[in-house]
Design a protein around this ligand. Structure first.
Ligand code: LLP
Length: 419
């Protein structure tokens, strides 16, 4: 969270104090730092300088078009999982030739659109999907560049819901099957095998599982070479973790150095698909304390942000730091659960937090730039928050707050009953 710091007891994002931003745009509110996004992206790009490589930001982590545009201006590629994400990338000025298309259930019209704009590669997740892509490409006389997502069966050592590289997960093609699938693909007219990919999980805090996966992939690359199938690029997916509290994940630089060392003098080009490690610590969710209440020894701060705005704490028991926007010198520090207005016991953004609070106080939920707004919903008919991007001493509204009118748009009543 380097771009967020206290100055004279007030929390700033770059050169803007967060209380001023909240006064102007209201709460709950997502605030992103352009500088933090850029630096996080450049950590990858610089570590790969001089290599044939692409950093394809995983759009799912934060798909606001202003975020995508900031990264596109730096030359980023994008990892998408739907046509919707593709349209966002195009709208944000991203280069389709730097787009990789992941995901287990690509629809024919999504494949068509990706062929039409000329993406870099389809990351194929199953044999049935290979047939579909080949058929759709044949219909329009195209040849689709493809990679297979190999499931290397390694344990990423992360939360079971975000671990994806084990046999029991739905993702990818089992590594034992992969050689046959590649051989079959090589016989098809409307696909061209260009790569191999994997993604073993998210929020990894060690390099080891990545290297284990890479090792297994390289064995397969060599077997395929013996079959006359040349793999041009290796895509290692995303997954590098960030510091939410006291985790110490490897830096992109040390991770990439370890990968390059393992690759030795192989001529493979490289793709990475980082999401969280680019966006998480570039954003906060601002929320205001509505009421304080105590049931005996249990203290609650009822805040205006809820599980519909940021679901990670409820869904994964994820821990995100929650800090005051203005430090208070007087008053009592108590142990609070920070709970939202949604009618669910699981509606909390933090539990057992030592805070000195008064109604009206502003709080910042940290590391909320990834898997924050994108996972928000309208549960309890709550409009989703606005999003603001700070650049230096300016704040720009990059998504306006939803209105109640927006929420009802598209719904309609049944016709009147005849009697
Ligand atoms: N590539 C593929 C194929 C993926 O499935 C993912 C994330 C990424 C790249 C980006 O991974 P990252 O660098 O962000 O770890 N909602 C969960 C995280 C789900 C991740 C899903 N796949 C959370 O809030 O923790």
């Amino acid at each position: 969270m380097d771009s967020f710091e206290y100055r004279n007891g007030r929390l700033y994002c770059e050169e803007m104090s967060l209380d001023r931003i909240a006064d102007e745009y209201g709460t709950p509110l997502y605030v992103y730092s352009r500088d933090a996004l850029e630096r996080a992206y450049l950590n990858y790009a610089q570590a790969l300088e001089g290599r044939d490589a692409l950093v394809c930001y995983a759009v799912k982590a934060n798909s606001n078009i202003a975020v995508l545009n900031v990264l596109a201006r730096l030359g980023a590629g994008f990892d998408i999982v739907s046509q919707g994400e593709l349209e966002r990338v195009l709208k944000a000025g991203g280069d389709p030739a730097k787009v990789v298309f992941s995901g287990v259930g690509k629809q024919p019209q999504e494949i068509l659109r990706a062929l039409e704009v000329g993406i870099h590669c389809f990351n194929i997740e199953s044999e049935a999907e290979l047939e579909r892509i080949n058929a759709v490409a044949a219909e329009v006389g195209a040849v689709a560049p493809v990679s297979f997502r190999v499931n290397p069966d390694v344990d990423a050592g992360t939360h079971p819901y975000i671990s994806t590289g084990l046999k029991e997960n739905k993702f990818g093609i089992a590594i034992e099957r992969a050689r046959d699938v590649y051989r079959h693909a090589a016989t098809l007219d409307n696909v061209e095998v260009v790569g191999m990919d994997c993604h073993i999980g998210s929020q990894l805090t060690e390099t080891r599982p990545f290297l284990d996966a890479l090792e297994r992939l390289l064995v397969l690359v060599d077997e395929l070479a013996a079959d006359g199938i040349q793999i041009r690029h290796l895509d290692l997916g995303g997954g590098l973790g960030v510091c939410y509290t006291d985790e110490q994940p490897p830096t992109p630089q040390s991770y990439i150095e370890a990968v390059l060392e393992k690759l030795g003098d192989r001529k493979l080009s490289l793709i990475f698909e980082p999401g969280r490690s680019i966006a998480a610590n570039a954003g906060v969710l601002l929320t205001r304390v509505e009421f304080l209440k105590s049931n005996g020894d249990k203290h609650f701060a009822i805040i205006d942000g809820a599980m519909n705005d940021l679901i990670r704490p409820s869904l994964y028991s994820a821990y995100q730091e929650i800090i005051p926007v203005s430090l208070r010198e007087e008053g009592e520090t108590l142990n609070y659960d920070l709970v939202g207005p949604v009618c669910e016991t699981g509606d909390f953004l933090g539990k057992d937090r030592q805070l000195n609070l008064q109604p009206g106080d502003l709080l910042a939920v940290c590391s909320a730039g990834a898997y924050g707004f994108v996972m928000s919903s309208n549960y309890n008919t709550r409009p989703r928050p606005a999003e603001v991007m700070v650049h230096d001493n300016q704040a720009y509204l990059v998504r306006k707050r939803e209105s109640l009118g927006d929420l009802l748009h598209g719904e309609q009543l049944l016709p009147k009953d005849p009697h």
